[in-house]
Design a protein around this ligand. Structure first.
Ligand code: CLR
Length: 383
């Protein structure tokens, strides 16, 4: 029955939310949804999902050959997916609508050095409000591995599911431990489909394809299928590493569970069912006004405790403040300037790597954001 998982008193609200989805013009973030589906977490926190397996991230640079490092990049990448796309279902029972970040919102975090793997630091800045785009930087200096990228989303409604196309990309930079020269990997972002809307218990399935292109010439392509395609199981993928036209290795399995090297189940590639390491973040009391958890503290509290009036009030306050800022900027002929990243029209790494990718898996051109000079210090101070 439709709306089966929706609390009785919110069923009407859910029905009208679904109706309004049909009118949506590509940006779902600013639509009003009933309280039961609201998450107390802002989208600026999501880039932390890239590193809930800090060991896999750090160990990329230890690969002895170009091919081995490509394989480690693929393993780390597949390892990020269950955190990225199933965490809310695990923790809150279904996918939820994250808080819509304000321009300039910040999120900092760290994964501590355990067993000498090196400390990993995260810095995120909301670089666009409409549509929401967050840019992030993750680095383990000791391991010689860093990731930089941005993500935006275009959403459309099929009548039963929400299709989400991610714009943006990530560039991974690796300094191999064996002294070989620095290499870069372009990572394109997968498409997702949000199912279970009608019941009121949304969850994500990945669809289509994404790719990882290395400057060494290796390419990894990952194909996603839900139930009934490859294995009859949800959250399935097949991946292949290629060099030129030659397939070097294939992988298959579930990105929420086990995957295997080659077509048989005899060589385990990755098991993602083990524990994940959540990012460590300073207490709210120690955060500055622009840091996500401090900024949204009352809204989050309201959502968590079911005090939706309180949540709504503080959300309105934040939004009005933002509107006033934009007005003041327009009046003063200024624009918002980012704290950590500068917008650039084109990124030479992206251009170089996307040219190596076959099958038009990437748009010819993408914006990018580059580190501001001052930022390395700021990242240091957050530790
Ligand atoms: C953001 C970038 C992350 C991966 C990721 C995971 C979940 C996605 C999110 C991205 C973007 C916003 C998103 C969310 C799932 C639901 C939410 C699409 C791509 C939309 C805006 C809210 C849908 C509301 C329904 C739950 C009703 O690396």
């Amino acid at each position: 029955i439709s709306g089966a998982d929706v609390p009785q008193e919110q069923k009407a609200g859910w029905a009208s939310f679904i109706k309004s989805l049909a009118q949506m013009t590509g940006d779902l973030s600013s639509m009003t949804a009933p309280p039961f589906i609201l998450s107390p977490t802002s989208l600026t926190e999501f880039p932390a999902y890239w590193c809930e397996h800090p060991d896999l991230f750090a160990s990329i640079s230890e690969g002895a050959t170009d091919k081995e490092r490509m394989e480690r990049v693929l393993k780390w990448f597949i390892g990020t997916l269950s955190a990225q796309y199933t965490t809310r279902n695990e923790k809150m029972g279904s996918e939820k609508k994250p808080l819509n970040p304000v321009l300039g919102e910040l999120f900092y975090g760290v994964w501590p050095d355990i067993n000498g793997r090196g400390e990993t630091r995260l810095i995120v800045e909301q670089v666009s409000h409409h549509p929401p785009i967050e840019h992030s930087y993750i680095e383990n200096q000791k391991a010689g591995v860093k990731l930089q990228g941005h993500s935006g989303q275009k959403t459309s409604f099929t009548g039963t599911a929400i299709n989400v196309k991610q714009s943006g990309h990530a560039i991974l930079t690796v300094q191999p431990k064996n002294g070989q020269k620095e290499e870069k990997y372009l990572i394109t972002l997968p498409k997702l489909r949000i199912e279970g809307i009608i019941w009121g218990s949304p969850y994500i399935e990945l669809t289509d394809t994404n790719a990882i292109q290395s400057s060494t010439g290796y390419t990894a392509q990952i194909d996603y299928k839900g139930k009934g395609y490859f294995t009859g199981k949800t959250h399935s993928f097949k991946a292949a590493i290629t060099a030129g036209n030659k397939t070097v290795q294939t992988y298959e399995g579930q990105w929420t569970g086990k995957s295997f090297i080659g077509g048989s189940k005899s060589h385990l590639f990755l098991d993602t069912t083990g524990p994940k390491e959540e990012v460590s973040v300073k207490n709210v009391e120690q955060q500055t006004e622009w840091e996500s958890r401090k900024l949204w503290v009352n809204v989050a509290k309201g959502i968590r405790t079911g005090n939706y009036d309180e949540a709504g009030k503080d959300k309105t306050r934040i939004e009005n403040e933002q509107r006033q800022r934009r007005k003041d900027e327009a009046a003063g002929n200024t624009t918002w300037s980012h704290l950590h990243f500068d917008h650039v029209d084109s990124d030479p790494d992206y251009q170089m790597l996307s040219a190596l990718l076959h099958d038009k898996l990437t748009p010819a051109h993408e914006d990018a954001y580059v580190f501001k000079e001052n930022t390395r210090d700021i990242v240091g101070r957050q530790a």
